[in-house]
Design a protein around this ligand. Structure first.
Ligand code: PA5
Length: 459
């Protein structure tokens, strides 16, 4: 994977916008302090996700489960939210055939279908349960804390559905991925003898896709999880470099921080030119937003820090957002994701009888067109003084995706240092979780102010 960052720099844009090259030199000089902070915090146990690049025992355990018990099911239903769901969805989209669940058994090479319920919208939940046969499902309940309202509500609904259909056999269709010791799911699993996998305590939810959180569902649908983790190890190895210019994850973080805080690029867009990476952009959006959006810095000063991540897809969103990106405010840094070999291409037949503007499409491929669209958009942005960069993936294989996932996690860890915030907590989300329980009348939890307390501001 290559990180092409030249078009973030002023001398590669219009000479007026973008980061002056001397800023890059300053970042490179300061990087020693950032790398030292990361190392110190790693040693103190804060950056536990680095450890996900070496987990042979977990891979063996999950592979054995997937090859044994897993084969008895033709549908895997994942219950979770946020970091317990988005990564799994991203892996499925990137590494399995498009429209996986619509393929027949042969098309899926006899691996199960996979549904991720990451919301409590009753219409989606009810529709999913109508579609799935409870006799043929493995339900993977994923919650690090074991106490998230949405996930536990999903569990209660799904448990009733399993009990009704299977009676005493229901618990054999369940596997919990949760904290090794704490939380309601752990207690329930112990009481009922439900199979479990552990979320490492030092790995936060949004950094956990390469832990059993994402690895179990991935292995169940036939994704090579060993290759996924090998790719992640490649990213970690590159992040050991103390030279900023040789450490792509650190460089991505440094440039994004500088673009935000020094030249006003408060919006960080991730725009894959690949439908299969659309969900990965959504996963990144959560990782970047929840990790860096903080009220206070590490010293307790109120900073209200954090860039706003935006997910976009090329070429589709060239006809939606790119007008704004090219001509709107100078408040964005756009990172494209490209794939050199997407594994499949489609020829465009000769466009006989059409004038040249259409005829030039004939004899090319859709892949050629997609790539030309990316090149053109990146060049147009640069010409108009808009900062942009590219992460170029060789292919859509598990090693490349594992490297990309770990690259973003490493970059987020580095960005926490540049912004001076703790990228691993989420006090805002916790406040929302507590108020939700308050709204539901849980003892000891404060209820939120009613939104309709006054009608003065209701239209
Ligand atoms: O990244 C995070 O910590 C959050 O997005 C969590 O993943 C999310 O809130 C779900 O939490 P849990 O896994 O504890 O149910």
């Amino acid at each position: 994977m290559k990180f092409q960052y030249g078009r973030i720099l002023q001398d590669r844009l219009d000479g007026e916008h973008g980061l002056p090259r001397r800023r890059l030199d300053e970042l490179a000089r300061r990087f020693g302090e950032v790398q030292a902070e990361v190392r110190q915090r790693r040693a103190g146990g804060e950056y536990g996700f680095y450890g996900l690049a070496a987990q042979d025992r977990t891979i063996r355990q999950i592979s054995a489960f997937a090859e044994g018990v897993g084969q008895a099911y033709d549908h895997v239903l994942v219950l979770g939210i946020g970091g317990s769901a988005l990564g799994t969805r991203a892996l499925l989209s990137a590494l399995r055939a498009p429209a996986w669940n619509e393929l027949d058994d042969e098309g899926r090479e006899f691996f199960p279908r996979l549904t991720v319920l990451d919301n409590v919208d009753p219409t989606s939940v009810a529709a999913a349960l109508r579609r799935i046969d409870p006799r043929r499902v493995l339900v993977n309940v994923v919650s690090k804390s074991g106490g998230t309202a949405e996930t536990l509500a999903q569990y209660l609904v799904v448990r009733r559905w399993l009990d009704d259909a299977l009676g005493g056999a229901a618990s054999r269709h369940l596997v919990f991925t949760t904290d090794p010791v704490k939380g309601a799911l752990r207690a329930l699993a112990t009481a009922e003898g439900i199979a479990t996998l552990e979320v490492p305590p030092d790995v936060g939810g949004r950094f956990s896709v390469l832990s059993p959180v994402g690895l179990l569902p991935a292995a169940l649908v036939g994704i090579d999880i060993e290759a996924l983790v090998e790719g992640a190890a490649r990213a970690v190895a590159r992040a050991e470099d103390d030279d900023l210019l040789q450490n792509p994850a650190a460089l991505f973080a440094a440039l994004h921080w500088a673009a935000d805080t020094q030249v006003g690029a408060r919006l960080h867009v991730l725009m894959p030119y690949s439908d299969r990476l659309r969900d990965l952009a959504e996963w990144f959006r959560q990782l970047w937003a929840e990790s860096l959006g903080k009220r206070v810095d590490r010293g307790g000063n109120v900073v209200h820090a954090g860039p706003t991540p935006v997910a976009s897809v090329g070429a589709t969103d060239q006809h939606s957002q790119v007008q704004l990106f090219i001509e709107g405010p100078f408040d964005k840094l756009i990172t494209f994701l490209t794939v050199a070999d997407p594994g499949e291409d489609v020829s465009i037949p000769p466009a006989e009888g059409f004038a040249d503007e259409i005829a030039c499409l004939g004899g090319r491929t859709l892949g050629d067109l997609l790539h030309a669209e990316y090149e053109a958009t990146a060049a147009a942005l640069a010409r108009m003084g808009r900062m942009n960069a590219t992460l170029a993936l060789p292919d859509l294989g598990p090693a490349a995706i594992g490297e990309l996932v770990m690259f973003f996690q490493l970059a987020t860890g580095y960005a926490g240092c540049w912004y001076g915030v703790n990228p691993f907590d989420q006090p805002g989300v916790e406040l929302g979780k507590r108020l939700t329980f308050g709204a539901l009348g849980r003892t000891g939890y404060e209820a939120p102010e009613a939104s309709a307390a006054t009608d003065a501001d209701i239209a």
